[in-house]
Design a protein around this ligand. Structure first.
Ligand SMILES: [Zn+2]
Length: 173
């Protein structure tokens, strides 16, 4: 196991009974669903887990995750990085039906005998990723500049130059 990597195949209920704390890192190679979703990581995600039982005897897992993800900007289609920070309090349940009995302060965490903490990191990051990520600044100006730079080749059939706005309109269509 890599130094600092999250342990695998853990008995989460046992950890909750012992009130354990576990922290570590998850690299992109541990997070296959992120890769499938086209999401990259600027650095390994950092996660801290606290396990405990509540007054009702539930097995509780509190997860704090921080990651700098690499996404595709939906405006300029360039790469952008975004820091995601999540904190979730989950209760271990065996199946979907048990979820209905959980108080709203808990997220359901369906786990059997053992679980990989990296699966939780993966799930939390996927939930935290914005649906339409975009650069904070007006990144389209990069494309506009390129378009304006090429405007002297944009000559229409009658030999007139198209205006930069017409070039942009074409780009957007
Ligand atoms: Zn952009």
């Amino acid at each position: 196991m890599r130094k600092g990597a999250l342990p695998r195949e853990l008995d989460l209920r046992g950890l909750a009974a012992r009130e354990a704390d576990i922290s570590g890192e998850a690299a992109l190679t541990d997070l296959g669903r992120l890769v499938n979703a086209g999401v990259g990581l600027a650095a390994p995600a950092v996660a801290a887990f606290e396990f405990r039982r509540d007054e009702e005897g539930r097995y509780v897992v509190e997860a704090q995750i921080k990651a700098e993800v690499v996404l595709e900007c939906q405006r300029c289609l360039g790469e952008m990085t975004q820091i995601l920070e999540t904190r979730t309090v989950m209760a271990c349940i065996w199946n979907d039906e048990d979820a209905a009995e959980l108080p709203p302060s808990y997220e359901p965490l369906i786990v059997q005998e053992t679980a990989n903490l990296s699966d939780i990191v993966e799930e939390e990051l996927l939930l935290a990723i914005p649906a339409s990520p975009m650069h904070a600044e007006d990144c389209i100006t990069e494309v506009q500049r390129t378009a304006l730079g090429k405007q002297d080749v944009c000559i229409d059939s009658e030999g007139r130059k198209e205006s930069p706005f017409a070039v942009l309109a074409k780009l957007k269509s």
